[in-house]
Design a protein around this ligand. Structure first.
Ligand code: G3H
Ligand code: 13P
Ligand code: NA
Ligand code: ZN
Length: 328
């Protein structure tokens, strides 16, 4: 059944586990994620970006999620808007059956220009008031997602922003987080702790200096009732890079967030863990492998079935390691 983000993350906080939020754009991703969730009795957050809504269409997404809820009656599902950029995006998502929205006011509506703190508070407060009135949850974001290694802010389109930011600018300030939550009443808060979106996060395996677990710990201590969200949580597994590159791909060597660092984050209080890039890579590795190994093949199902199997394995691993398995 569909539930709100608040309902699911209250349970996760009480029982000390994390929930992966997987991005979906099509039926194959939806089925694979839900089969993994069913296989290990896990609740799940499905999230659609603005790009996903444009790709699949709101009516298709709404019916797809309803179909998934009907096909997998034993699993709690949250349907969430990823990175909403204004009131209209968030409210139309709710109208289309989303039970939760992210109002990302850390950036202006163009999702490129860093926004003022005042703008962020005002728009997040407005969206939260409207969402709560109809029983939906809200995730806000405070801080600049970006790599502490390079000092580059991460624009939502994956390109680095101009100029270098300091270590402090790339981490959410705990006192400001308290002020933000009091002013906006959001249910969950995306924080900056050194991760960035996309495949190219780090040029070496990140350690404690690059990812700030201390930031997570301090914010969680001050905001026990607000659920912390870690964006940019793909691990960019080496074996997926290798498979893609062994079959004609050209991904430069890169490093993501090791799963053990996410597990540490969950112990420090992270409850929602956003993963998109790993899911894309799991499927693309199989598309490339089939294309290479069976050049005579042209039935899309012969490409999609192994891609779904690989995505299923990836999701199941995250459910198990985040402690979501068994909490359906
Ligand atoms: O944070 C962005 C997500 O990975 C979604 O990406 O806008 O290309 O659908 P997208
Ligand atoms: P990744 O690019 O690391 O998968 O992050 C996805 C994300 O944060 C979506 O909001
Ligand atoms: Na931000
Ligand atoms: Zn994100």
């Amino acid at each position: 059944a569909l539930i709100t983000l608040r309902q699911l993350l209250d349970h996760a906080a009480e029982h000390g586990y994390g929930v992966p939020a997987f991005n979906i754009n099509n039926m194959e991703q939806g089925l694979a994620i839900m089969e993994a969730a069913e296989g290990c009795d896990a609740p799940v957050i499905l999230q659609a970006s603005r790009g996903a809504r444009k790709y699949a269409g709101d009516i298709m997404l709404r019916h797809m999620v309803q179909a998934l809820a009907e096909m997998f009656p034993g699993n709690h599902i949250v349907m969430h808007q990823d990175h909403g950029n204004n009131d209209a995006t968030c409210l139309s998502a709710i109208r289309h059956g989303f039970t939760s929205v992210m109002m990302d006011g850390s950036l202006e509506e163009d999702m490129k220009t860093p926004a003022s703190y005042e703008y962020n508070v005002e728009i997040t407060r407005r969206v939260t008031t409207a969402a709560h009135a109809v029983g939906a949850s809200v995730e806000g974001e405070l801080g600049v997602l970006g790599s502490l290694e390079t000092g580059e802010a991460a624009a939502e389109d994956g390109s680095g922003a101009e100029g270098k930011l300091s270590h402090d600018q790339l981490l959410t300030d705990p006192d400001q987080a308290v002020d933000f939550v009091l002013a906006t009443r959001c249910d969950a808060l995306a924080i900056a702790c050194g991760t960035s979106h996309g495949a190219y996060k780090f040029t070496r395996k990140p350690d404690g200096d690059i990812l700030s677990m201390e930031t997570i710990r301090r914010i969680n201590e001050k905001l026990p009732d607000t659920h912390l969200v870690m964006h940019g949580s793909s691990s960019v597994p080496q074996e997926l890079q290798d498979l893609i590159n062994a079959n004609g791909g050209r991904m430069p060597q890169t490093y993501g967030v090791p799963v053990e660092e996410i597990e540490r984050g969950i112990r420090m209080g992270v409850r929602k863990v956003n993963i998109d890039t790993d899911c894309r890579m799991a499927m693309t590795g199989q598309y490339r492998r089939i294309a290479q190994e069976k050049p005579e093949e042209f039935d899309p199902r012969k490409f999609n079935a192994p891609a779904m199997e690989e995505l299923r394995k990836l999701c199941r691993d995250r459910f198990e390691r985040f402690g979501t398995a068994g909490q359906a």
